[in-house]
Unconditional design. Structure first.
Length: 241
């Protein structure tokens, strides 16, 4: 199964004590600031939850969050993609709210990150998001030595939630969780987890990651955690604060 998937690829904190990323990295969700015009702004790398922003005298509700691969261990020398699914957006949203995904520049994706999709007679909940990479030295090897990105953080996708106009205050539910989970069924049953693909052409080895969570409209008592790699977090904070 993985060989088939790789062939397709090539064809183309809210105050809680931070937790440490998995030994080979994590796929984490971070809040985006919502600008005054309703567009998604800067990423807040300390926040894994946010209230819905209501704009234009209550007419428009907006919330955005971004998924980043935090590289570590076997993924530290760069990745060519990731596979996972975001649970929590199929149900529980107010009527009429839309969910849109903005993928990282230069990527190709096979599947859907936030909703089920049907292939033949099978229903899938997964998305495989990849960059075209021919070797570990390829500049498209995200986070690799030639990528120009030495932070260990790789942007994968952003999710935008938007209300119907005139219904900006309708998302009243608290503590609505979105979670990074394994793709179902995965293109490769081993590993049974969210994973990233290493740039080691022609193998493109998958490595398990931990999956982050995001809380929409968190209550004061609700907490989520941002996965950290202690040896690199200080430099990341310096770049993004």
């Amino acid at each position: 199964m993985r060989e088939h998937a790789i062939g397709a690829i090539m064809a183309l904190t809210l105050g809680a004590t931070p937790v440490v990323a998995g030994p080979n990295g994590s796929l984490d969700l971070f809040a985006n600031v919502i600008n005054a015009d309703g567009t998604a702004g800067a990423v807040d790398f300390t926040a894994c939850g946010a209230p819905v922003t209501v704009l234009f005298d209550g007419s428009l509700g907006r919330l955005s969050f971004s998924m980043y691969a935090r590289l570590a261990g076997a993924s530290a020398d760069g990745i060519t993609g990731a596979e996972c699914y975001l649970s929590g957006l199929e149900t529980g949203l107010p009527p009429g709210w839309t969910v849109d995904v903005v993928y990282a520049p230069g990527t190709t994706h096979f599947g859907d990150l936030v909703r089920p999709h049907v292939t033949g007679v099978d229903t899938h909940r997964r998305d495989t998001i990849t960059w075209y990479v021919t070797s570990p030295q390829d500049p498209n090897c995200q986070g690799g030595v030639n990528s120009g990105n030495s932070t260990g953080m790789v942007f994968v996708a952003r999710v935008d939630l938007t209300s119907p106009y005139g219904q900006g205050t309708t998302f009243t539910a608290q503590n609505h969780y979105v979670q990074v989970v394994p793709g179902g069924p995965p293109t490769d049953p081993i590993p049974p987890c969210p994973f990233v693909l290493r740039c080691n052409s022609p193998l493109y080895t998958p490595y398990c990651t931990t999956g982050g969570a995001f809380i929409i409209n968190p209550s004061p008592s609700e907490r989520c955690t941002v996965a950290l790699v202690p040896s690199t977090w200080s430099s990341v904070k310096g770049l993004y604060r």
